[in-house]
Design a binder for this molecule. Structure first.
Ligand SMILES: [Zn+2]
Ligand SMILES: [Zn+2]
Length: 235
């Protein structure tokens, strides 16, 4: 029997400089629980250093899909989801080779806080996370799949930092099956009939995390159940 799972798979923690410092692991998990969600993903820009803390803070109360949001060379945002932390970490180790070496200036861009599962600050990310990695969109998609992950172009209908705003089209040769759209901008779904869609909050503030607005049908309420439903027949 299929079960409906309410998801919000695009949330920024205090690691993203543009997000509120209140986006701590426990605050995110507790807000998601209050909102009745079954699964979340914390997808920080070009980094995933708070994902483990969110997973630990969540315990068995809510399913956390390991992920991050890349910014490719073309300034396209790509959500990357994985079935386990070790896959995410080996992917991250590859991506950090594409950092441009520009340090963050917290006074200008905001803090990039690394936290533990008790919401204690255990470090600050030095590399500015708001810049593009020196990897193309095509290469990034291939790299996600090499680590058995699911690549999902982010907020494709946003007029900046999206596949459509930057490239102007969805490359068919990449066999992407799932796209994320933003509720803040118009989208003509008829033009993308070959694709499945999810929407997310892209929350940078606690109050923006979704309630039970986006549901997917899953075989079981587990990481694998959510992931397989998202992936459909292709990965
Ligand atoms: Zn984005
Ligand atoms: Zn985002």
């Amino acid at each position: 029997m299929k079960i409906d799972a309410a998801i919000d798979l695009h949330i920024h923690s205090a690691l993203s400089p543009c997000s509120d410092d209140d986006m701590t692991p426990n605050n995110i998990v507790n807000m998601a629980l209050l909102n009745g969600l079954d699964s979340i993903a914390v997808t920080d820009h070009n980094s995933c250093d708070n994902v483990e803390a969110v997973i630990k803070a969540a315990g068995d109360r809510i399913i956390v899909i390991p992920g991050m949001e890349l910014q490719t060379l073309e300034e396209v945002h790509l959500l990357c989801y994985f079935k386990d932390l070790s896959s995410l970490y080996s992917f991250r180790d590859q991506m950090e080779k594409y950092y441009d070496g520009m340090p963050n200036n917290p006074a200008i861009f905001g803090n990039q806080l690394v936290m533990n599962e008790h919401d204690e600050i255990i470090g600050e990310k030095e590399q500015l996370l708001l810049t593009s990695l020196s990897i193309t969109f095509d290469e990034a998609v291939k790299m996600v799949r090499k680590h058995k992950g699911l690549p999902v172009p982010a907020h494709i209908n946003k007029p900046s930092y999206s596949l459509l705003s930057q490239l102007g089209f969805i490359p068919s040769y990449l066999d992407l099956t799932l796209l994320e759209f933003s509720q803040n901008y118009h989208i003509d779904f008829d033009a993308y009939q070959n694709y499945r869609f999810i929407t997310s909050s892209d929350a940078h503030f606690l109050g923006h995390i979704l309630d039970r607005k986006m549901a997917i049908s899953v075989e079981e309420l587990t990481i694998s159940g959510i992931f397989d439903s998202l992936a459909g027949s292709h990965i």
